[in-house]
Structure formats: structure tokens, C-alpha cells
Design a protein around this ligand. Structure first.
Ligand code: 3MF
Ligand code: MG
Ligand code: MG
Length: 412
């Protein structure tokens, strides 16, 4: 192939995208509770060792693009849209007004707001720093985010504590730091109760998000399970208002099975919100688009969530790769992420109604005939052949993922 001139590259990307086929219409996409974060679309490809590869983009453009794709919901950090120095000032109200207008004009709803407590230098010693002034500032920030959330009609507030941890040990005392962090969550819930009453709205669902490493060397609440323990610790004044926003990759990063993490959150009644993406075990936070690395695991995750009636948001917290242009972000990255999610969600429905999986599961639950419940040998032999169904079910799931159950076959 001869070199492709720059002015023909977008057309080629579009042509190959339509050749891929399998896209859903914006109307179909809007039926799912999928939210697009401001920060994901606006990510410029920068990192510690990486210069940006894409230009900046404003929230009006992101909201318009999401609308074109059919992403019905939008989420944001306070400082993704409001400069730090304008927070709580009249300029904030002006920006919130512009956001309301952009959402209304494009038929989007704001689902979630979150406070940036990791990027600015003020958080160098975390939002639960020793200095009382920093902690007061953290309270102001989370309360201000709650107010913005109510203004924008959001139902969820998310907390990724980010810098709650340390690089060098011994200087901070963990129990004290966690108490101070709880004070910030309590301040947010208290303010929420007041604002919700004033506005006649329900209170927000406050969702804690864990990540095992980054951006500190050691993290005080590294996993969703650690956060469940924190929520139940007695430190929170309104534990019933606080649940989880697990992120798929954040759990994989520490080697967990994300489906088991979600199951524990479901059992605790705390699965409020879910950040969806993909990546690799025991590696850093690469934030790859959902289903590009572990589609089989994702299918299984969605089977669990569908079977438990999870009805919260699926927040596309991924980063379009640095090799994707800004054109590609909206032409390829977001629509394909949405469409893989929808396909996997629909496949999960197929799994739940598949007669083979159903019969195999029922047979496993029925077990073999029990002669003597204290006879290990008899029990082993009564169930021996049935246990092969575990592998048969796993095979069937792969068949469904690859379309083999519909007769797709390869001949040589
Ligand atoms: C970091 C994250 C965050 C959180 C966000 C919402 C930038 O790894 O996942 O995204 O999701 O701060 O609280
Ligand atoms: Mg996240
Ligand atoms: Mg992440």
C-alpha cells in the first residue's frame, strides 16, 4: 500500500469503521444507563512519561459529541469544568448554567459528579492532611460538589480518594487519617441532606471508588472490600447513604476477580455505581476500553449484574489510547466501547436464558442421590459425573461469546 496522505486518513478510518459493521443506532445506545465522563473524552494522552497527543476540548463539544453517539448521560469532576480558583465563586454559577444549557440542548442528563482530590498541589498530603485548613478545604470541596450535583440533576456523587496514602511511612498515623477522611464524607452527606430538602430532591448516592496503587506509593483504602469495611466501621454518620463505585480494572490491578468483588458489594447492598473499562492483572491503570482485553470475563461480570437486577450507571471510565486522534476518540473509541458493552450485555441475557446452561446448573444444584451425608466416598461418587458440567458450562459461555452456539463453525 502506498503512503496515505494526511487529508485522506479520517475518511479511511470512517470507511473501515463502517466495514466493521455491528454498530447500534444512537436511539438504541440511549436505552442503556451508560455515562460518558467529561475527563475521558477530554483526556489529551498525557502521563508522567507522555506528552499530550490530542488538543484540549471543551465540555460543550464533549456533550454534543456524546449526544451524536447516543451516550445519554454525562459525568464530571468539579475541576474538569470549573477552574479551581472559581470554585464556590460567582463564576461557578455561570459555568453551571452553561452546562445545564448544553445538557438540555443535547438531550443529555448529568448522572454523577465527583470531586478532584488528587491532582492539585493542595492535596499533596491528601484531602485528610494533618493541617486543619486543608481538611476544611476538602470539606468545602466535597460539599460544593454536592451542590453542583443537585444543580445539574445528578443522582450520584463519587469519591476516589486518590492521594489518601503516603510515599514514606511513619509520618502519618493511619487510624487518624481515616477518621479525618470520614469527616469529609460526613460533611458531604450532611450538606446533601440539607440541599436535597431545600430542593425537594432525593439525596445523592455517595459512592467510594478504590484503586490499589497510584498516585501514592501506599494507599489506605486500596480495594472495594477495604471501603466496605470503612463504610461499616462506625466512622460514618450516614453509612446508609454511602456505597461503592467499583472500577473493573482497579480490582484487576491487585489480582482480584472483579466478578467476586462485585458479588461481595451486591451482598452488602452497596453496589451503587460501576466504572467500566479493561486492562491487565497486576499492572498499572491503563484504562483500556471495555471488553478489549477480557471479553469473556466481562461477559461473566454482566451475567452476574443482570441476574441481580443491577440498575445503576455504567460509567465509561477509560482513556482513549494516545495513538487515537481526537477525531478517532469520537469516531472509534467511544462508539465502539458503547457497542461492545451493549453486545456483551445482550449476550449476558442469552446466557441467562440458555437452556443448556440452565439444565446443567439445575442438575448441579440437584446433585446426585445422597445415601449417607457422612460418607465422603459415597458423596464423591454420587456427584462425579455431574461435576463435569462445570467445564461444559464454561465451554458454553465461550460458544456464546464467539457466536459458535449460532452455528458459526470453521472448516479446514
Ligand atoms: C482514577 C479514576 C478516576 C475516578 C474519578 C471519579 C479519573 O483511576 O478512576 O478517574 O473514577 O476520579 O471519582
Ligand atoms: Mg474510575
Ligand atoms: Mg482507572
Amino acid at each position: 500500500m502506498s503512503p496515505i496522505p494526511e487529508n485522506q486518513q479520517q475518511a479511511m478510518v470512517s470507511r473501515l469503521m463502517s466495514a466493521c459493521g455491528g454498530s447500534y443506532s444512537p436511539e438504541t445506545r440511549r436505552k442503556y444507563y451508560i455515562s460518558g465522563p467529561q475527563w475521558a473524552a477530554a483526556y489529551q494522552g498525557q502521563a508522567l512519561f507522555h506528552a499530550p497527543t490530542r488538543p484540549a476540548i471543551d465540555f460543550e463539544s464533549v456533550i454534543r459529541k456524546y449526544s451524536d453517539i447516543g451516550i445519554g448521560y454525562w459525568s464530571t469532576h468539579d475541576t474538569d469544568v470549573i477552574p479551581t480558583e472559581a470554585l464556590g465563586k460567582p463564576a461557578q454559577a455561570e459555568i453551571v448554567g452553561r452546562i445545564q444549557k448544553a445538557l438540555a440542548e443535547n438531550g443529555l442528563q448529568c448522572s454523577m459528579v465527583t470531586t478532584e482530590t488528587f491532582y492539585h498541589a493542595v492535596w499533596a498530603a491528601s484531602p485528610a492532611a494533618e493541617a486543619p485548613g486543608v481538611r476544611q478545604y476538602a470539606n468545602f470541596r466535597v460539599q460544593n460538589t454536592v451542590e453542583i450535583g443537585h444543580e445539574l440533576g445528578a443522582n450520584f456523587a463519587v469519591y476516589w480518594p486518590g492521594s489518601l496514602g503516603y510515599y514514606v511511612q511513619g509520618a502519618i498515623e493511619e487510624t487518624q487519617t481515616l477518621r479525618w477522611y470520614a469527616d469529609a464524607i460526613n460533611a458531604a452527606c450532611d450538606r446533601d441532606i440539607e440541599v436535597a430538602a431545600q430542593k425537594g430532591r432525593p439525596t445523592l448516592k455517595h459512592c467510594m471508588e478504590a484503586k490499589p496503587f497510584e498516585p501514592q506509593a501506599e494507599i489506605l483504602l486500596p480495594t472495594s472490600d477495604a471501603m466496605l469495611a470503612f463504610i461499616a466501621s462506625g466512622l460514618l454518620t450516614h453509612p446508609e447513604m454511602v456505597g461503592l463505585n467499583p472500577e473493573y480494572l482497579h480490582e484487576l490491578m491487585w489480582g482480584a476477580a472483579p466478578r467476586a468483588v462485585l458479588a461481595r458489594a451486591l451482598l452488602a447492598g452497596k453496589l451503587f455505581h460501576f466504572d467500566i473499562n479493561d486492562g491487565y492483572r497486576l499492572k498499572h491503570d491503563v484504562d483500556i476500553g471495555v471488553g478489549l482485553v477480557n471479553p469473556l470475563d466481562w461477559l461473566n461480570v454482566l451475567v452476574l449484574l443482570r441476574s441481580h437486577g443491577y440498575n445503576g450507571p455504567f460509567n465509561l471510565d477509560f482513556k482513549p489510547p494516545r495513538t487515537t486522534s481526537q477525531f478517532g476518540v469520537f469516531e472509534v473509541s467511544f462508539p465502539t466501547a458503547v457497542d461492545r458493552f451493549i453486545t456483551l450485555w445482550e449476550m449476558a441475557g442469552e446466557v441467562l436464558s440458555d437452556p443448556i446452561i440452565q439444565e446443567a446448573t439445575d442438575a448441579l444444584k440437584a446433585g446426585g442421590p445422597v445415601t449417607d451425608p457422612r460418607d465422603a466416598e459415597a458423596l464423591t461418587s454420587a456427584n462425579r459425573e455431574l461435576l463435569t458440567l462445570h467445564e461444559l458450562i464454561a465451554h458454553r459461555l465461550v460458544q456464546i461469546l464467539l457466536g459458535l452456539h449460532r452455528g458459526r463453525a470453521f472448516s479446514i
